[in-house]
Structures are given as structure tokens and as C-alpha cells.
Design a protein around this ligand. Structure first.
Ligand SMILES: NC(=O)c1ccc[n+]([C@@H]2O[C@H](COP(=O)([O-])OP(=O)(O)OC[C@H]3O[C@@H](n4cnc5c(N)ncnc54)[C@H](OP(=O)(O)O)[C@@H]3O)[C@@H](O)[C@H]2O)c1
Length: 283
């Protein structure tokens, strides 16, 4: 009988990571679901039970910004499970605020998780996949890794960086049997814009030269009727990619992303910028 494949997911306490851990388990993977606070594992355990996952998901504490701990976390997984076939680099968050208002410390904090953390996790797993001569590294990027939006400069920078790094890595490791993939979701119903949203400290401060524009933007965000979608859609794509011996480099997912990328491609650039500024009420 073929050996069960082993998938590692980061940031699996909520949202896309949680859905991916459950979906991979339902599709025959042994899953190591990692999260930075094991006290938050209840939601995943409930979702796995409700979905009818039979084999227990192996829960482990991993904070991807504690980069010096990642090699030993990966060693322990290989010691206990023998291999790693799929790494889903999902952990991340978003920071909002006019670029002028964001401090370098806030930008660095964003990069530490969304870029350096994911890079460090990939680097920890690469020697294992190199030895196996197989493995998939699935980077959860964003449509924001292809197209920037006002007030998301920190988030966009972190995801553009991840895209550039992953594109080069993919070419470097293809001949070793390792596949690197970027998944680029649009708007999905997770904790990213609520519990985990970080608003720049100066963004709403009375001293900010952008205070009024920030308030108008916040009103625009509140006035939208979001058609946020079920993160299981992204999880199902992750499973398809993990099962594909030759996946593409990029997968955009979500109807809002298709519209955004079409507008960007079809409109003259200056017109596109005007449409975005007007729609988001920042002018
Ligand atoms: N939802 C969307 O609309 C959307 C769109 C495009 C891309 N994405 C990307 O999808 C990924 C998952 O986000 P989500 O939407 O599912 O949001 P979410 O529900 O907020 O989940 C984010 C996960 O990342 C974890 N995390 C944050 N920092 C971490 C760290 N340093 N180490 C380990 N785990 C950490 C969080 O842990 P805690 O529970 O401890 O906070 C949480 O489990 C992110 O990379 C995000 O950029 C989301």
C-alpha cells in the first residue's frame, strides 16, 4: 500500500489554514497543523470532528517569526512522521494605513511574518524535500501580491516580496523534484480583516496629515457589503495543487480577483489609478 503523504500547515488556528488542515486530512493526508498558540486549537479540533476527519490531526506549536526554532520543529516532524510531502506556508496577517503614516517598525513587523517567516519555514523544509527528491511548497500569497491597494502598502510589499522569492526558488528546485506554487486569494471570510488586522499607530492619530482621508477610507470599508467567501474554496484548491505532480506557478482564486486583474490589464494605467482612488474615497 502506498505510504500516506504528510502535509504541514502553518497558521492553522483559523481561516484558510484551518480549512486547509481539515481538507487535506479529508483527502488522505496525515496533517501536522501548526499554530503559534496551541490554546487556540479548539476551532480546528471542532471543525475536523464535524467534517468527519478520522485520523487525529497532529497539533504543534510553531511561530514562524521564531526563525531559530523552525529547523528543530521540522526535524521533530520528520523524526515522528518520516517525511514532509507538502508545506502550506499560510500564516500571515495584514497591516493597514497610509504609507506615509506607517513606521518602519510596523513595516518590518509585517515583513517578519509574511515574508521572512515564510522564507525561513521553506528553508527549514527544503533539505527534507531535497533528500526525498519530492515535495510541494504552497505559498499562500494574495491578489495583493500582484496588485497593490491604497492603505495596504505594508501588506502588498510583503506579498510582492514573497512572490519574487518564490518565483526564483521554483526555478532553482524544479530539477530536484520540488514544486513551488503561489496561491493568490481574493476576499475570503476569515479573521484577517477583523481579529488579526493591525492598524498603523499613527494612521488614525490626530497628528496624521492623512487623518481625514483615513476616516473616509474606513467609512468606505464599512459601507461595502462584502461578498466574502468560504475559505474552504481555497483549501480545496490547495488539495488540488498538492495532488498535482506539475502544478502551475500561480493560482488566482475568487471572483473579485478576476475583475481586479481584468481592470488592471485593460484600463490605461492612469485611468486605473483614478478608478481605484475614487472607489476607495481617498481623494
Ligand atoms: N482571507 C482573505 O481574504 C485572504 C486573501 C488573500 C490572502 N490571504 C492570506 O491567507 C493567509 C491566511 O490568512 P486568513 O485569511 O486565513 O486569516 P486569519 O484567519 O487571520 O488566519 C491567519 C493565521 O495566521 C496565524 N499567524 C499569524 N502570525 C503568525 C505567526 N507569526 N506564526 C504562526 N502563525 C501566525 C494566525 O494565528 P493566530 O490565530 O494566533 O492569530 C492565524 O492562524 C495569510 O497569509 C493571508 O495573507 C487571505
Amino acid at each position: 500500500m502506498a505510504q500516506e503523504k504528510l502535509a504541514v500547515v502553518t497558521g492553522s488556528s483559523s481561516g484558510i489554514g484551518l480549512a486547509a488542515a481539515v481538507e487535506l486530512a479529508l483527502n488522505g493526508y496525515r496533517v501536522v497543523a501548526t499554530m503559534r498558540d496551541l490554546g487556540r486549537s479548539g476551532k480546528l479540533e471542532d471543525a475536523a470532528q464535524k467534517a468527519g476527519v478520522r485520523d487525529p490531526v497532529d497539533l504543534r506549536r510553531v511561530d514562524i517569526t521564531e526563525v531559530d526554532s523552525l529547523a528543530s520543529a521540522v526535524e521533530a516532524i520528520v523524526r515522528d512522521h518520516g517525511r514532509i510531502d507538502v508545506l502550506v506556508n499560510n500564516a500571515g496577517f495584514s497591516t493597514a494605513g497610509f504609507a506615509e503614516d506607517m513606521t518602519l517598525a510596523e513595516l518590518r513587523h509585517q515583513m517578519e511574518t509574511n515574508f521572512f517567516g515564510n522564507v525561513a519555514m521553506s528553508k527549514a523544509v527544503l533539505p527534507v524535500m531535497r533528500k526525498q527528491r519530492s515535495g510541494h511548497i504552497v505559498q499562500i500569497s494574495s491578489v495583493g501580491g500582484r496588485s497593490s491597494a491604497p492603505l495596504l502598502s505594508c501588506y502588498n510589499a510583503s506579498k510582492f516580496a514573497l512572490e519574487g522569492w518564490s518565483e526564483a526558488l521554483r526555478i532553482e528546485v524544479h530539477s530536484l523534484g520540488i514544486r513551488v506554487v503561489l496561491i493568490e486569494p481574493g476576499d475570503y471570510d476569515t479573521d484577517i480583516w477583523e481579529r488579526n488586522l493591525v492598524i498603523g499607530k499613527q494612521a488614525l492619530d490626530a497628528s496624521s496629515p492623512n487623518k481625514e482621508r483615513s476616516q473616509r477610507f474606513a467609512e468606505f470599508v464599512k459601507s461595502r457589503t462584502p461578498k466574502r467567501r468560504d475559505p474552504r474554496e481555497v483549501a480545496q484548491l490547495i488539495v488540488r495543487v498538492a495532488n498535482d505532480p506539475n502544478p502551475r506557478l500561480r493560482y488566482l482564486i475568487g471572483p473579485d480577483v478576476t475583475m481586479q486583474m481584468w481592470l488592471r490589464a485593460l484600463l490605461p494605467w492612469r485611468r486605473y489609478e483614478r478608478v481605484v482612488a475614487k472607489a476607495t474615497r481617498i481623494d
